[in-house]
Structures are given as C-alpha cells and as structure tokens.
Design a protein around this ligand. Structure first.
Ligand SMILES: [Zn+2]
Ligand SMILES: [Zn+2]
Length: 419
C-alpha cells in the first residue's frame, strides 16, 4: 500500500518554499514595524465557537467544516478561519486588560471541506491580522495601509483596493428589508441558493458567483444610500484618510462579506496580474464579535490574506533564486573526511553555510554535486593536501584555484567567505 495525501490536501515541497518564506518574512517584518504581535491558537476548537460567530446559515458552518465528536462526545471542529479563535483567545486570556489598542497577527493552516479547484485546497493557509479596541476610522485606514503595503512588499502586481461600508445594526436592517423586497421581485431569476438566502440572509446573495444572480442584482438597492449618520461619517472620514495616505480605491457596494459578524468597513485587495482577477486579501470591521463571545464591548477590525493564491501568483510571475551554500568541502580519504567534519562544524558556528557529502564518492561526483547545489566555493582536501599542509580553494564562478594553509584554515575561510 502506497499512502498518498487525502483529497484536497497537499504537500508543500522544498522547491516551493522560497515563495512561502518570502511571504512570511515580509509579513513578519512589516507587522513588527506596525506594532503587531504574534499569537498562535489551536487548530481545533469547539464547534459552537464557529457556529455562533461565523453564522449557522453560512456555507462554511453548514457544509464546509471538518466536524467530529471526540471520545467524550463533544463536537469539535478544525478552524475554518482564524478570527473566531483569536477573539476567543483574546477574551480567555484577558488580553483586553492591556491598555491601548491590541494588535495581533497569526499565520497558519485553516480547514474547509470545499470542492477542490485550482489554487484552492481543503487545508489552506492564511495570514490574519486583527486590531482590537479602536472604533476607527483611523485604525481602519491604518489596517488598510498595512494590507496594501504587505501585498506590494510581497511582490504582487496590478493591485486594486475595493472598499465598502455595510452599515451597522442601526441602519443595516433598513437596507436588509429593502433588499428583501427587491429580491422578491427578481426571485425567478435567482439560483436556488439565492432564493433561500433571500429569506434567511439576503445580504449573502451578493456573494453568489452565478452570473444570472449577478445580473439580477444590478438594479438592487445600494447599501451606501441606507447608511445612518454615524456610519456615513465613519465611511467618509475613512475615504478622506485613504486619500491623504495616497491609497487609491474603488467602491463596490456588492462587497458585503459572507460572515455574520462584519459591520461598517469591508475591503478587499485584488490582483489583476496574469490576466485574471484574484482576490488575495479580504477584511473588515466586526465591532460586535468580542461582546457576542462574552468579552467586553470592544470594536475590532482585521484582514486575512490567502497564502496559496499569493504563492501561486508569485511563482508564476517571478523566479526566486535559491542561494547555494557558501562552501562545499570535497574530500578524498578517511583522514580528510574527518578533518572536513570538524572544519564544517567550526565554520557553521561562524554562520558560514557549509555543505559536504557524508559518504563521498570520487572528486568528480562531489564537484558535480557542488555545482548542482550552486555552491560559491569548493574546498578540496585529500591525503596529498593534508601531507603538504595546504588545501585547494576553488571559486565556482571564476574557476580560479588557490592554496589555503591548513594551519588556521577555519579563520582564513571565514575571512574569505564572510568578509
Ligand atoms: Zn449605521
Ligand atoms: Zn445565486
């Protein structure tokens, strides 16, 4: 029996890692600059946490979660997204006691039992950023600035920022009722999912990918016309801040976000590189969630970046050269093998990247391997070299060879390799 990954899951292989590393390194560096701290929560939580926050009626909760009972009969789920877990951790660990806005990020796998398609997997990875305690709109502008800076730093091209406000619990019900009325009038043109959504959660029809539904929604009422005074001021002030920061955006009133807990600001960053429109990052404000989960009544905003899609766009757009080792040590004979092991240990202690063969074949084979590894230099040492007290150092670019005294060789190599 040969074992393979289960459907929708996959291995991320070493050749792909430079892209993952780049995305994570840029993110971590930037988050530090913006004052965000890392948090890691378990991938497994009580099912109820997600059902209550994301919404019982969402596709995520109703059909996409990996849910099972443990030995004690408790219903547990693999996290389908990060925000609910982070809010749970924020409340449980009383992080709200710290003064000022709390800024957290996490990087890790999420799980959804979706139909697998290109660039979409059942275990996928996200970078999540959450900012607690500030009602905005200044923090909204800062979060959006962080999001835009991040996708640019990562190397994504042809980006656009989509912005909307979905109002608050005061003004959204009016929009909802109005939309509901409209949906009744176009009911026949909607897909069966949307016909159901029209009853249970009309805003979700905007998430539908069916063309006929999109057409039917063209004349739908517009959320921004329904905003209350506070929401309108919030939105307009945010727009003003974005313009001040030099961030371009497009308003799309169908950007409503599929999850229950969002309010006011919603945004999405799309990349149009490679001729397709790809949403790479989505976020928004969720002021009621912390209280809903039993915490203090604090506002919050955040975003999530989908790493698989970003890595896919990056790997199609650019090549990342993987750096070879600074030095490859080629050896001939047992004595030289032993010496090389010691030198390698001391060089690595100095931060020099050293590679060698544990069971070396002939010199030719070792030189070929050094070449394949893209080693900058090769040190050749055999019985002869040990006897005359000099090893040979070869530069793999220029092919120039020079002798290096074996006495004090490590110090000399460090000088040459890490000047
Ligand atoms: Zn409002
Ligand atoms: Zn539909």
């Amino acid at each position: 029996m040969v074992y393979t990954t289960i459907k929708g899951f996959r291995d991320i292989l070493p050749k792909e890692m430079p892209f993952w590393e780049r995305v994570e390194a840029e993110a971590r560096g930037l988050f530090k600059v913006f004052g965000f701290k890392e948090i890691r929560t378990p991938v497994l939580e009580r099912t109820e946490l997600f059902a209550r926050t994301i919404g019982q009626d969402t596709d995520i909760v109703s059909k996409e979660m990996y849910t099972f009972q443990d030995a004690k009969g408790r219903s547990l789920s693999l996290r389908p997204e990060a925000t609910a877990s982070i809010v749970r951790a924020y409340i449980q660990n009383r992080l709200y006691h710290e003064s000022g806005s709390q800024k957290l990020f996490t990087i890790g796998p999420m799980f959804r039992h979706e139909r697998p398609q290109k660039g979409r997997f059942r275990q996928f990875h996200q970078i999540n950023v959450e900012l607690f305690k500030d009602p905005g709109p200044r923090s909204d502008a800062d979060i959006i600035l962080l999001a835009m800076t991040l996708v640019k730093r990562i190397g994504l091209k042809e980006l656009s920022l989509i912005l909307n406000s979905i109002g608050c619990k005061e003004c959204r019900p009016r929009f909802r009722d109005n939309l509901k009325g409209y949906l009744v009038s176009v009911r026949d043109q909607l897909c069966s999912d949307c016909q159901r959504r029209a009853e249970t959660n009309p805003l979700r029809v905007f998430d539908c990918k069916v063309e006929a539904c999109k057409d039917a929604l063209k004349e739908a009422p517009k959320i921004l016309e329904f905003l209350c005074e506070d929401c309108r001021i919030h939105f307009n002030t945010l727009r003003d801040y974005l313009e001040t920061l030099g961030i371009d955006y497009l308003i799309d009133q169908s950007l409503v976000r599929g999850l229950d807990y969002y309010n006011r600001t919603t945004f999405e960053i799309q990349s149009h590189a490679l001729g397709a429109q790809n949403a790479v990052l989505g976020g928004g404000r969720y002021d009621g969630l912390i209280k809903q989960l039993g915490g203090p009544d604090e506002p919050a905003i955040g975003f999530a970046l989908g790493m698989e899609r970003v890595v896919m766009l990056l790997s199609e757009a650019l090549e990342i050269e993987t750096d070879g080792p600074d030095l490859f040590i080629a050896t001939l004979g047992k004595e030289a093998e032993k010496e090389a092991l010691v030198w390698a240990a001391r060089l690595r202690k100095e931060g020099v990247r050293v590679e060698l063969d544990y069971s070396p074949g002939g010199l030719k084979a070792q030189m070929r391997r050094a070449d394949r590894l893209n080693a900058k230099k090769v040190l050749i040492v055999g019985e002869d070299e040990l006897q005359r007290g000099k090893a040979v150092l070869r530069d793999m670019d220029t092919k120039v060879q020079e002798d290096v005294e074996i006495t004090g060789i490590v110090e000399k190599l460090v000088q040459v390799l890490k000047p």
